[in-house]
Design a binder for this molecule. Structure first.
Ligand SMILES: Cc1ncc(COP(=O)(O)O)c(C=O)c1O
Length: 363
């Protein structure tokens, strides 16, 4: 039976590649010829071992991860990383720097403060997080244990175009909403984490990439699950991992390679984002982008209409035209279109046309 899929602009969990969903569907009852569905396979069996090893290999290939970095597939989402990062990496008497650019960075700070001393190196709250701070605004402490930033601000629609300067090698990044949307200079990072449910797969898995020499900073006194070095030693199989999530992530990695890797994916993402920003900029008296132009996100595009009635009408009519997930987060209001890697060009074209049409009829 043919399935009618809508244009999905949800912020996460979000649209996944159709070919991935089809392949996963075929393997629900039997993974290949094993006679055991993918969710029924033991995490200790050779079939799952091959799945997790291939997922790691493809992840390393896509991001060009150097050998002296460890790749982990954990649980607890990005939210648990807000705690695990300081618990493992912020030693007694040390200070960790945080650059605050939105609600998720604020949450990371809240958890880190429970663990140790935090220095806020920059905060863009004064302009309702509509920008990425300029280098001169960022005041790092003299010898930080690490410098934490959020590469893409899912709620506000801003994104770093590169890394903060002055902290190469000790950057810790929450890349939940733009991971693998573009190539990354991994060597600049000490640790990167990303909840899977935007670009990488389903919710319930978090990808962590970290400098292997940092594993020696993880104290044996930590609760076992919260210790990165335990997961590194056990190759993400200390306890029962999210086997289905890791399997699906592996399929998404394979799909990304088929797209031509992260350079090709970035090109597509730029093209898609431009279509929507062009529609905003072509109607400046009707659409107002939230992010300052030099801070615009390729992943989450936030904009307002002249009033809330029109915003409700926009969401309603978009839904009737087969587009869902466009209502913005309450911290900005208005609309948000999430254009992750798997959001098809056709969906973005449909939205851009709809926006032009809507402005003409209601402007
Ligand atoms: C940038 C960012 N960080 C953290 C989170 C929280 O992730 P999780 O729900 O996987 O804990 C989100 C979720 O949307 C996010 O967008």
């Amino acid at each position: 039976m043919a399935v009618q899929r809508v244009h999905n602009f949800n912020p996460g969990p979000a649209v996944l590649p159709e070919s991935v969903l089809q392949e996963a569907g075929e393997n629900l009852l039997s993974l290949g010829k094993t006679g055991i569905g993918i969710m029924e396979h033991s995490h200790r069996g050779k079939d799952f071992e091959a799945i997790i090893q291939t997922a790691e290999k493809d992840c390393r290939e896509l991001l060009n991860i150097p050998d002296n970095y460890t790749v982990l597939f954990l649980q607890g989402g990005a939210t648990l990383q807000f705690s695990m990062v300081p618990m493992n990496l912020l030693g007694a008497g040390q200070v960790a720097d945080y650059i605050v650019t939105g609600g998720w960075s604020e949450k990371a700070v809240k958890e880190a403060k429970k663990v140790g001393e935090i220095h806020i190196a920059a905060d863009t709250k004064d302009t309702n997080h509509n920008r990425i701070p300029k280098p001169g605004e960022i005041k790092l402490s003299s010898n930080p244990a690490y410098v934490h930033f959020t590469s893409n601000n899912t709620l506000f629609g801003t994104e770093w175009s590169g890394e903060p300067t002055g902290a190469d090698g000790i950057l810790v990044c929450d890349a939940s909403s733009d991971m693998m949307s573009r190539p990354l200079p991994i060597k600049k990072y000490g640790l990167i984490y990303a909840g899977a449910q935007k670009n990488l797969g389903p919710s319930g898995v978090v990808l962590v990439i970290m400098r292997s020499d940092w594993l020696s900073r993880c104290s044996d006194k930590l609760p076992t699950y919260l210790n990165y070095s335990v997961h590194a030693k056990e190759k993400s199989l200390y306890n029962t991992p999210n086997t289905f999530g890791i399997y699906l992530m592996g399929l998404v990695f394979k799909w990304m390679k088929q797209q031509g890797g992260l350079t090709a994916i970035e090109r597509n993402n730029r093209e898609k984002a431009k279509m929507i920003y062009d529609a905003i900029d072509a109607n400046p008296n009707f659409y107002k982008g939230h992010a300052q132009k030099d801070s615009r996100s390729m992943m989450n595009l936030t904009f307002r209409l002249p009033n809330e009635e029109l915003e409700t009408k926009f969401a309603d009519e978009a839904k009737k035209a087969g587009m869902i997930g466009l209502k913005g987060h309450r911290s900005v209001g208005g609309m948000r279109a999430s254009l992750y890697n798997a959001c098809p060009l056709k969906s973005v074209q449909t939205l851009a046309e709809f926006m032009k049409d809507f402005a003409k009829k209601n402007g």
